[in-house]
Design a protein around this ligand. Structure first.
Ligand code: AMP
Ligand code: MG
Length: 418
């Protein structure tokens, strides 16, 4: 599971005195519990072509209509023989067999093998043969003959019909992630397409009068929209279809209209306006349109995160600060989205390296601290919740338990990689 990040600096220092404080926050564990309870795996399915099925989740069992291989085949280039004919054969005492057919790939053999005979073989096994001798253990003798230098047992280098997949066998089960191996199995049984679960549609929208789209001229007081792009990248990487919208202004009317425009999505993710302040309208929007599941989590960064049900649909109100927004996307949105998309829980990737520089951490707070890896050591990367470089210049994070206030350089730390 991906962790969360807590900053050494205050993520809420920007909150002005006019803002209403959080009445309560819930723990990260409780937030995760409520999200798990709200995550209903997607039921819609669709049929996609095999090349488009990679990384998708099978929506039905698929069983094979054919035997694979569809005929008995050789595992090696060489000669199809009757094993008994090679008895006693060695380099010193070769056995000579007569070649009755040359078999090329894609053609079925026409001639059965009788005692003293063999066929040059690449794939399909002729009738009568019960073993294959590798070309390396033979020598041609004129056009018709071949010397066998090895004694082979019956069955040597032969794959019998259906040995890989028997007709009727299930090759992919409902709920299986279609990884390259499973795509290969579907190809082997000749499936041109496959029924998969639909990918959740995730509406993404940034709020804030100051937020403008890249490509526009930045007027005084404006900033470019970051969250829409980080959120879309996270969603696309974890089995969702991002549906980005234009930024919405900080009025209840604008937010309500924006919410209506997201009505077709399976999940709605807004960012900004989620703290409880005079201009932070997510709370009012939810009060008008849905039911708050939680608002405020005891994590840092990312405390002002809301989760609600709006018209029965999951709604995330992410913090506006780009690092808070992205870190809580890893922590909360990724597992939630993957559960809805029916993708397996992400395995953590962890490296153990010495710390390159001292990190101070406030006591009584469990911190998640972004670091970058350099020369086999971990260096602090965290700047602030509003600084996207806290993440763009980091490779992962370390966790600093509440009872620890300092980590000295040289201490071996566990870095969870992004
Ligand atoms: P808010 O949560 O709306 O109070 O925003 C907190 C901080 O994040 C403010 O400085 C905003 O300007 C900034 N911010 C909000 N939304 C975005 C966004 N989409 N991209 C970049 N910065 C943002
Ligand atoms: Mg705002």
């Amino acid at each position: 599971m991906l962790g969360h990040f807590l900053s050494a600096t205050s993520a809420v220092s920007a909150l002005s005195v006019t803002m209403r404080p959080f009445t309560s926050t819930i723990s990260l564990v409780e937030a995760r519990r409520r999200l798990d309870a709200a995550a209903a795996p997607i039921a819609r399915t669709e049929c996609v072509s095999l090349p488009a099925a990679a990384g998708r989740v099978a929506a039905a069992d698929v069983s094979s209509p054919i035997d694979v291989p569809p005929f008995a085949r050789s595992a090696m280039d060489g000669y199809a023989v009757i094993a008994a004919d090679t008895r006693g054969a060695s380099r010193a005492t070769p056995v000579r067999l007569r070649i009755v057919e040359r078999l090329y790939t894609g053609r079925m053999p026409k001639t059965a093998i009788a005692r003293g005979e063999c066929s040059e073989i690449a794939t399909a096994l002729p009738v009568g043969a019960d073993a294959v001798i590798m070309v390396e253990e033979t020598a041609k003798e004129g056009d018709e003959g071949v010397q066998m230098f090895a004694t082979v047992p019956p069955g040597q280098h032969i794959g019998r019909r259906g040995a890989d997949i028997a007709a009727g066998a299930v090759v992919v089960r409902k709920g299986d992630l279609l990884n390259p191996g499973r795509i290969g199995a579907l190809a082997a049984i000749g499936q041109p397409d496959v029924e998969v679960y639909a990918q959740p549609r995730v509406a993404i929208l940034s709020t804030g009068n100051e937020v403008v789209e890249p490509g526009q001229r930045l007027e005084p007081g404006q900033i470019f929209d970051v969250n829409r792009f980080t959120l879309a990248a996270v969603v696309a990487a974890h089995g969702g279809v991002p549906e980005p919208h234009h930024p919405a202004h900080d009025t209840l009317a604008a937010l309500t209209q924006a919410l209506d425009e997201c009505a077709d999505a399976d999940i709605v993710v807004f960012s900004g306006g989620s703290s409880v302040g005079e201009r932070d309208l997510i709370v009012d929007l939810i009060a008008a349109r849905g039911e708050m599941v939680f608002h405020g989590i005891a994590v840092k960064p990312g405390k002002p995160t809301a989760f609600a049900k709006v018209a029965g649909k999951p709604f995330f109100g992410m913090p506006g600060n780009p690092t808070s927004c992205l870190s809580n996307s890893y922590v909360l949105l990724v597992p939630f989205l993957r559960a809805i998309a029916r993708l397996p829980v992400l395995p953590e990737r962890v490296v153990r390296v010495p710390l390159g520089r001292r990190i101070a951490s406030p006591a009584n707070r469990h911190q998640f601290y972004t670091v970058r890896l350099e020369g086999g050591a971990a260096f602090p990367a965290f700047k602030g919740s509003g600084d996207i470089t806290s993440l763009s210049q980091a490779d992962g994070y370390i966790e600093i338990p509440a009872d620890q206030s300092v980590i000295e350089p040289g201490t071996v730390v566990e870095v969870t990689l992004f």
